[in-house]
Design a protein around this ligand. Sequence first.
Ligand code: ARG
Length: 306
Amino acid sequence: MIYRDLSAIDFGTDACPRVPRPERVLMTTPTHFDVEYVINAHMAGHIGDIDRELACTQWDGVRTAFEETGMEVTVIDGAKGFPDMVFCANQTLPVQLPAGRETKLAPVPGAHRVVLSRMYALQRRLEVPYFQRFFSDEAYDVIEDVALADIAFEGMGDAMWHPGRWLLWGGYGFRTNPAAYDIIDRQLDVPIVLLYLDDPDFYHLDTCLCVLDEDHALAFPGAFEACGYDILKHFFKVVIEVPEREARELFACNATCADGEHVILQTGSTETCRMLREHGFTPVEVDTGEFMKSGGSVYCMKQLYW
Ligand code: ARG
């Protein structure tokens, strides 16, 4: 079921079946990372401006931060000719079905599915098969329908699981066509809440929203329509409002809280870190400066899966 208006929503997260949080992290080596074209506002002026050695050091820092919070990190090699492949949140949406649903969905019984993306930019389209192979090898059942329908969808860049619940947040406006969510709903029979984005700096949902745990999220209110922001406040008990400068310039919302406690984010977001601590979270600051030139930070540089 697709939801866009608060008036149509008569349930909270309690009504959504529980799903375990993902405990594994997938990353892609930055060996071929670069800014070679401009497909988002942040990339403008940065073609040829990447310090690859520094990028590799920063990538190691992100990997270490995940490992230090107890996550298991698996790495696949970035491929030559795909300078954005390092942003591996975008090519797929991994799915863990709630208990009892495994057999309902044909053809393969099992709790793990993966929705393949149809990248908006031509330059990124052929990144997807690398991740299709990875998840097939992990015994995930591959859902190709969105890609085959040629409807733009950028995986976990725009689609996000509500932590611990069978509820999907669906951003659209720049990279993802909302029609993708109709297909996903048809495949998975899942409640999906749509959030419209129209500020070019916040072109993926993960640039302005970070789900922390079942009750808490970080968000930059200015990136949402009033009705979208109200829906966020309906489902999350606390929405921590990230100041504009930290959201726009430091990608403070492009953070990841994989364990419900540690929040890995770009360094320098002093106010965001202060508020996170106030609400019982532990900020872990890392430098992703080279990747921000391409329009991504911590969240985009990994995929979470089960
Ligand atoms: N240069 C990449 C692009 O424009 C950055 C992707 C960042 N990923 C993200 N999930 N926000 O596609």
